[in-house]
Design a protein around this ligand. Sequence first.
Ligand code: HEM
Ligand SMILES: *[C@@H]1O[C@H](CO)[C@@H](O)[C@H](O)[C@H]1NC(C)=O
Ligand SMILES: *[C@@H]1O[C@H](CO)[C@@H](O)[C@H](O)[C@H]1NC(C)=O
Length: 328
Amino acid sequence: MDNTSMLQMVSSLVLILSVSSLASASLKVGFYSSTCPSAEEIVRSTVNKAISDNAGIAAGLIRMHFHDCFVRGCDGSVLLASTPGNPVAERDHFANNPSLRGFEVIEEAKTQLEAACPQTVSCADILAFAARDSALKVGGINYDVPSGRRDGRISIADEVPRNLPAPTSSAHELVSNFSRKGLSADEMVTLSGAHSIGVSHCSAFSKRLYSFNDTVTQDPSMDSSYAETLKSNCPAPPSTTDSTVSLDPSTPIRLDNKYYEGLINHRGLLTSDQTLYTSQTTREMVQSNANNGASWAEKFAKAMVQMGSIEVLTGSDGEIRRRCSLVN
Ligand code: HEM
Ligand SMILES: *[C@@H]1O[C@H](CO)[C@@H](O)[C@H](O)[C@H]1NC(C)=O
Ligand SMILES: *[C@@H]1O[C@H](CO)[C@@H](O)[C@H](O)[C@H]1NC(C)=O
């Protein structure tokens, strides 16, 4: 081989390598089809049963996948329990504890998978499948989940607030926070539609009811009769009870686009919800999602896949945990 053709071969190899690393670090649909063919069925039946017993679990699992992916990538780090050697893991940060729910469902699926195919299916993949199965069960939204994620060995509470946006964020901040994770403004608005199900503790929004700023006590961007209803469920300070209310009271256990109608009617619960309509940058996206449920659902599925590919560990990186709450 002469020098020129050698050079051509090397440079086309480099091109192939760089293109495949762009394609989300080699996750692939059906990753377990030969090593553990029942993997996705086992997760689905476990998740479906848990949601039949308690519909709120669907919300918990979709949120858990988000919290996993935004902190150290989708590596199952949110599932790791604190230990004497690592006293405050992600899941014990106040953004997760006590509100994050569904850990026992992931652990149950893992137990069944270890019996069927030991040390094969990662906890990070179980969580990605479980989020999809939840979206299907409570929203009829189905999509293929590229898999092959490996589990991380590190989980640090301090990394949570540096990566997960606060419920008081403005649209401008949210666009920036999602863009750092490779997600567009439209994907951020689309994924916020997950707030069409589940609940929030009063503490995440009570400033909007009782102590908005130095001049007004109530957030003027919130419908006043909605604010009154919320006040009756969320007692004013100094009360220390932290109750929960539905994020989308119109259809609280159905994953649909009614959330966006709520925003248009000034009935977004969190500042980070209502800001999507208040801000000129994202208002039209809210309007379009409110007008077209089918196109929102399709975008939601795509954005979940995109979110599920954030900074994943693949190949021989990380490990396949035997229990989701413990490193091997
Ligand atoms: C845009 C930035 C976001 C912020 C600031 C945010 C913040 C919050 C907060 C404060 C809660 C209430 C937790 C509680 O007090 O119990 C919540 C609940 C929830 N979030 Fe988000 N979230 C965001 C985006 C997302 C995304 C992208 C998803 C998933 C795709 C998601 C899914 C959920 C779900 C399903 C719940 C209800 C959980 C349950 O009922 O257990 N959120 N979120
Ligand atoms: C979100 O973006 C804002 C504006 O760039 C930044 O100040 C803030 O620290 C970010 N928060 C997170 C959690 O990434
Ligand atoms: C408080 O909020 C209101 C309504 O958004 C606004 O008009 C006012 O300027 C704010 N006051 C302060 C001190 O930030």
